[in-house]
Design a protein. Structure first.
Length: 275
């Protein structure tokens, strides 16, 4: 566990592992923190470094009220990678984290060796979607996280898993309850104004994996198929028995799909460098 000043604020992060494989940066979703990636970090991800930050406004990172654009999150990630001496990475993001991964790719294409987009989507919000995010942001600042967290728990994970996986349900609920309302609200407002990344998808020229829980109600399988169909050569993994957080609900299946992507990245990097 470490802390550093990045982008003018203090951020909490972990750097775990070592090895010759291309490092991975894990980007968490809303309203969570870096602990959501514990199963993947614990799996060792094929002998490579993992950089696991708390995004600004979440976990052990500083809260900046107002609105946090996705570009700010992406630049924070790049600044942290600079700080710990990591250049090219596999960027793995879930939900909002997946959209931050796309923004990172847009801003820093030369730094992306591979991409994992989990339970996310590329299109911009509609006018109705923007209003809903702004309204939710105002509600979180007004009421706090408790009501919202309990309302969405059985949408964040598949309803059956609330009972079948009580430790996972508790972890997900605890992350949401611990999220600073002002930080979560700022992320919602910034996310409402994000660009449409659809045009970016066809330019992706690195190994890419699209993952989705079969029972995800926030970003359904159709959204994942859209990403898969528009990203040349991408792989699609639909995780059975999981909702919006398949990396926690079905960690073995998620990590196996992830391992396949990492192998493809390593093969491509070896070919790029040559003997």
């Amino acid at each position: 566990m470490s802390r550093a000043v990045v982008g003018g604020i203090e951020v909490g992060y972990d750097v775990v592992g070592e090895g010759d494989g291309v490092p991975v940066v894990f980007v968490h979703g809303h309203p969570f923190d870096r602990s959501m990636w514990r199963p993947q970090v614990a799996a060792g991800i094929g002998g490579r470094r993992a950089v696991v930050p708390d995004l600004r406004g979440y976990g052990e990172s500083a809260v900046v009220p107002g609105a946090t654009p996705l570009g700010t999150f992406a630049r924070d990630v790049a600044g942290l990678l600079d700080l710990v001496g990591v250049g090219r990475v596999v960027v793995c993001g879930l939900s909002m984290g997946g959209q931050i991964a796309l923004e990172f790719l847009r801003l820093f294409p030369e730094r992306v060796a591979g991409l994992v987009l989990a339970d996310t989507f590329a299109r911009a919000d509609t006018a109705e979607g923007k209003k809903e995010r702004y309204d939710r942001a105002d509600r979180l600042e007004r009421e706090g996280m408790v009501g919202y967290a309990h309302e969405v728990l059985d949408s964040m994970i598949a309803p059956a898993n609330v009972t079948a996986l009580p430790a996972v349900a508790r972890h997900v609920l605890d992350m949401m309850l611990a999220a600073p309302p002002a930080g979560a609200a700022a992320a919602l407002r910034g996310r409402a104004e994000r660009p449409d990344y659809t045009g970016l998808l066809g330019t992706i020229a690195v190994p890419a994996l699209v993952v989705v829980g079969r029972e995800d109600v926030f970003t359904p399988v159709a959204d994942a198929r859209f990403l898969h169909e528009h990203i040349p050569g991408s792989r699609l993994a639909v995780i059975e028995g999981a909702g919006h957080l398949p990396n926690l609900e079905r960690p073995a299946e998620f990590t196996a799909a992830f391992a396949g992507l990492l192998s493809a990245v390593d093969d491509r990097e070896a070919a790029r460098v040559g003997p």
